[in-house]
Design a protein around this ligand. Structure first.
Ligand SMILES: Cc1ncc(COP(=O)(O)O)c(C=O)c1O
Length: 455
């Protein structure tokens, strides 16, 4: 990797100077939450207030510096405030902030770059400003391309919080209250293969991918009105807890889609641009989707997302207006272009693969040593540790997940809980020392929680 620009600020991390969360965090959090409603469980379980981020660290208002295993929320993948990316945004913030969907030099350079790094002929692009809106654009594109209107997605997928996006995700109680007691018409969900909790297994107990595909085939025939435009899926499930399907799943699903003239829509908002060690997570399986959405890492913190379809469908996309207030504004395009250049110049993908291997080795050992670690998951730096009450019953251990989250945060690790699955998504620039240091904090916390619960 190129010179590590963030190392200087990393002499002593974590660096803890008050209790966590400290008194200033407590006061600010009390003030802010009088008005800000609906904070995530992540914040409610650990109400710290941050004021600075640099590379792989976050600093709170009390002056405590944390090692970051969250990348914001899978967003600041190339490091908080990467100088090249921040300077690119600052340049356009002082030059041209918005000119609707007119083409600008920086937008043109970005689409050339995207076309060059996407697999196959994925090169017809529209820009938006959040993941959900890009997903909705992909849904419009799928309907226009196929002339069909139904969508199939997977149990526990997440695609954002607008009406179309939430219709292809699990309806949590809050969604039901706010969106009404059903998803939009024509949206269906099917079980997707989770190797640790398979629904369909072979005689030897291993997951049976073919049985899932056979079920989908049957479902298309019997459960839909035979008007399916697309399967819309996360290649690996981020929110559900870093769950990867078996390697033969997407090649087989693509074949099924092609047989039924159904598009494969890979929502790579969370996984795209290096998170799993490939530009697209789908590249792991050599499957080129028909539609892709990108977000999060794309702007390294600046809100920019993209919806991309194959060249053969470009004419149809021409009919769907890309016009939006913020999509593809010069600052957004500059952030995305600089992020992709950083990914290439700093050999980020190599680093992600190498660090991912180290994490998996470490987690393997931890699973052997700890009675409450039922499973480990991951590719690259999209990682998960699944906590269970008992390894044979696999009963999810949610209380342990929350306690481990709080304990490790108190020890100086900023990260993301997912109930009983501990999710790790450090910045993709992280090195071996800090990768293992973060895992030390997690392992110490797991050991303490095991003791508390009498293991
Ligand atoms: C796979 C996936 N798609 C879409 C979204 C929605 O993105 P946004 O929050 O930017 O609307 C997310 C957000 O976490 C996501 O993980």
């Amino acid at each position: 990797m190129k010179e590590l620009w963030w190392k200087q600020s990393c002499q002593k991390v974590p660096h803890l100077v008050t209790e966590r969360p400290g008194p200033k965090s407590a006061a600010l959090s009390a003030k802010g939450s009088r008005y800000i409603k609906g904070l995530s469980s992540q914040v409610k379980l650990f109400p710290v207030c941050f004021e600075k981020g640099h590379g792989i660290t976050l600093t709170d208002v009390d002056g405590n510096t944390y090692l970051d295993f969250s990348s914001g929320i899978y967003v600041t993948s190339f490091g908080h405030c990467h100088p090249k990316i921040s300077e690119a945004v600052a340049h356009w913030a002082g030059t041209l902030m918005n000119c609707h969907d007119f083409i600008t030099p920086v937008k043109e350079a970005l689409v050339e770059k995207l076309a060059a790094i996407m697999p196959g002929d994925l090169n017809a692009v529209q820009f938006y400003s959040d993941g959900a809106t890009a997903v909705e654009a992909g849904q419009r594109a799928a309907r226009a391309i196929t002339g069909k209107h139904e969508f199939i997605s997977g149990y526990r997928d997440f695609h954002g919080k607008t009406m179309g996006a939430v219709s292809c995700a699990r309806m949590a109680r809050a969604d039901v209250l706010s969106y009404g007691p059903s998803r939009s018409a024509g949206f269906y969900m099917v079980p997707r293969p989770d190797p640790y909790r398979p629904l369909f297994t072979k005689a030897d107990g291993r997951i049976d991918t073919d049985a899932y595909i056979d079920f989908y085939q049957e479902f298309i025939k019997e459960g839909t009105v035979n008007n399916v435009a697309a399967f819309i899926l996360e290649p690996a499930q981020g929110w559900a807890g870093s769950i990867f399907p078996p390697d033969d799943f997407f090649p087989k699903l693509k074949a099924l889609c092609d047989k039924h003239r159904i598009l494969l829509f890979a929502d790579e908002v969370l996984t795209g641009l290096g998170r799993t060690g490939e530009v697209l997570c789908m590249n792991h399986w050599n499957v080129c989707p028909d539609i892709v959405t990108l977000g999060k890492s794309l702007g390294n913190g600046f809100p920019v997302t993209a919806m991309i379809v194959k060249q053969e469908y470009a004419d149809v996309l021409e009919e769907i207006s890309v016009s939006s207030s913020y999509g593809g504004n010069p600052m957004a395009c500059a952030a995305a272009l600089a992020s992709i250049e950083v990914m290439e110049e700093e050999n980020i993908l190599d680093n992600v693969r190498a660090m991912g291997d180290l994490f998996m080795k470490r987690m393997h050992k931890m699973m052997q040593d700890h009675p409450i670690i039922g499973d480990i998951k991951g590719k690259g730096l999209l990682l998960g540790l699944e906590l269970v009450k008992d390894k044979s019953s696999k009963e999810p251990f949610v209380q342990a997940g929350e306690r481990v989250y709080q304990k490790a945060f108190t020890k100086g690790l900023a990260w993301i809980p997912a109930g009983h699955i501990l999710r790790m998504s450090p910045p993709l620039i992280i090195d071996e020392k800090y990768s293992m240091l973060g895992m030390d904090l997690i392992e110490e916390s797991i050991a303490e929680v095991e003791k508390e619960f009498g293991y």
